[in-house]
Design a protein around this ligand. Structure first.
Ligand code: ADP
Length: 490
């Protein structure tokens, strides 16, 4: 099968969050399984150029009809992390992707719409006829809209579209101007119906259009698919998703085990696997030494992640103090663009500077993240919502037991050691339901008690996580089945 991924991010070249990991990991796994995969990305000035091979080598110019005139987009062909990529640079005075950042400019709607339109024109101009175009999040949601409207009689009319929602909070709410820009009449009855924002009818919603016009819609875990169809968590998209529930499904993301495996990880001093799990404790000792923490008979609870509302930042603050007061050590590695949150943790860090049961690292540190996964006993993820979540799956690979709030992908991947409908052999962590101090404290207390009083049971929980396969293998197969179903070819 011939699949073209069109997205605003792809690791390691242009990564802001989980979207980048999915585009990279899924594309590589599909190629490994023998499919032809090409990835189309914006040519950002700030992307990681060393991660791209031969970027300047091969390029074509494509003429793109936009806003009643023609603009030229240059498309560079290059390889990134084994993916065959095309980087699009529109040559317009706006210099859409020369902004020094990936997102956050007032004209993001225009930037990514011009990118999406250029991607379609590139496919047409170069005679590419993929079986599937796979689009991601609001940034490329206009592609299915264009293919089913303006381009419905083009050479891409047979191509099917798959649209993946990575986070329902960002929907691409914009004005009719964006549709007019790409040659779609917003007042046409069907377009109006399919794209008017349900919460504010003065706006156009790009994600809603992507859902309505795609042949199949996915999100990144089965539980999140359910949650996004509810009034509580649908963020205004619940009616649309419920209407299209027949073509909407959740597929859990995979972990890239080339980067995340304790047996081969070059960032950790002592490699280990399920058979040599004792060596995990050498990493624990090393981690404590590196962070000037006390060597003591205590479990280390860790947090690795963005410090924001989604991640349950106030529960993280509470848990840190709860852990220290209840016989546990705590390591926090996190960053926050929110100055108030950042300041709070800086104050907490200086308040706790003499406490050798605790270490707070504020910022992004890839190497330390690997070491924490290897050296900690538990990872805490008390998210308000979590479309999929990677850290729990990475941690489990390293024998680090997740303590999570049961929501979205966390609920699909973490099964409580003591209270779960799953058989004992599948129980791999600790979970709680309420988004409250009491609930997270109780979960930490239970995990700590098992660690102290039932070390054999704790070891079994660790091993269950280590042995479970969260690689892209199975998830890529699920995407292939969907592609097959919609293309009707295989
Ligand atoms: P998100 O919602 O941010 O996409 P995920 O759990 O899906 O959360 O993925 C987070 C990824 O980013 C993981 O690979 C995690 O190791 C990494 N990460 C998060 N914060 C940091 C940090 N401060 N330093 C290093 N790596 C981090």
């Amino acid at each position: 099968m011939y699949i073209v991924m069109i997205a605003s991010e792809c690791a390691p070249v242009s990564k802001v969050g989980g979207l980048a990991d999915v585009v990279d990991g899924l594309s590589r796994e599909l190629s490994n399984k023998g499919h032809k995969v090409e990835v189309i990305l914006p040519y950002y000035d700030c992307m990681k150029h060393p991660a791209v091979k031969d970027l300047q080598g091969n390029s074509v110019q494509v003429s793109v009809p936009c806003n009643g005139k023609e603009i030229l987009s240059t498309v560079h062909r290059a390889a990134a992390h084994d993916n065959e990529c095309f980087f699009i640079k529109p040559q317009s005075p706006e210099r859409y992707f020369d902004r020094g950042v990936y997102y956050g400019k007032g004209d993001d709607d225009e930037r990514f719409t011009v990118f999406s339109l250029s991607a379609i024109e590139f496919l047409l101009a170069t005679g590419r006829r993929p079986d599937i175009i796979h689009c991601h999040d609001w940034q490329t949601a206009v592609i299915p809209v264009l293919l089913k409207n303006k381009y419905k009689h083009s050479a891409l009319s047979e191509t099917k579209t798959c649209y993946t929602i990575h986070n329902i909070w960002h929907q691409g709410k914009t004005t009719e101007k964006i549709l007019k820009m790409v040659g779609i009449e917003p007042s046409a009855a069907a377009v109006k119906d399919n794209m008017t924002d349900d919460s504010d009818r003065a706006y156009i919603n790009l994600m809603k259009g992507g859902i309505a016009y795609s042949d199949v819609v996915t999100t990144v875990s089965p539980k999140y698919a359910e949650e996004t169809m509810t009034n509580q968590m649908g963020e205004g998209m619940q009616a649309t998703l419920s209407k299209y529930s027949g073509k909407y499904t959740g597929i859990i993301n995979g972990v890239d085990y080339d980067s995340w495996s304790p047996a081969s990880d070059r960032h950790i001093p002592f490699n280990y696997d399920a058979d040599t799990i004792e060596d995990k404790y050498k990493n624990k000792e090393y981690l404590r030494k590196k962070l000037s923490m006390k060597q003591d008979f205590k479990p280390i609870v860790s947090v690795v992640g963005r410090l924001d509302m989604q991640k349950g930042v106030h529960l993280i603050r509470h848990s840190l103090l709860y852990a220290l007061n209840n016989g546990m050590q705590f390591i926090l590695l996190g960053s926050s663009p929110d100055t108030e949150i950042d300041l709070y943790f800086h104050h907490l860090k200086s308040y706790l500077k003499d406490n050798h049961d605790c270490h707070i690292c504020l910022g992004h540190d890839e190497e330390l993240a690997h070491l924490i996964y290897a050296g900690a006993d538990m990872i805490l993820i008390p998210s308000l919502f979590e479309p999929c979540g990677l850290t729990q799956m990475i941690a489990m690979r390293y024998g680090t037991v997740p303590v999570v709030r049961s929501t979205g992908g966390l609920s699909d991947t973490v099964f409580d050691a003591e209270v779960s409908a799953k058989p004992a052999a599948e129980r791999n962590g600790f979970s709680f339901d309420d988004f409250s101090y009491d609930a997270v404290s109780l979960a930490l207390k239970r995990a700590s008690m098992v660690w102290h009083e039932k070390p054999y049971t704790f070891r079994e929980i660790m091993l269950t996580g280590m042995k479970t396969d969260y690689s892209w293998m199975a998830s890529a197969d699920k995407y292939i089945s969907l592609y097959n179903k919609v293309s009707g070819k295989w």
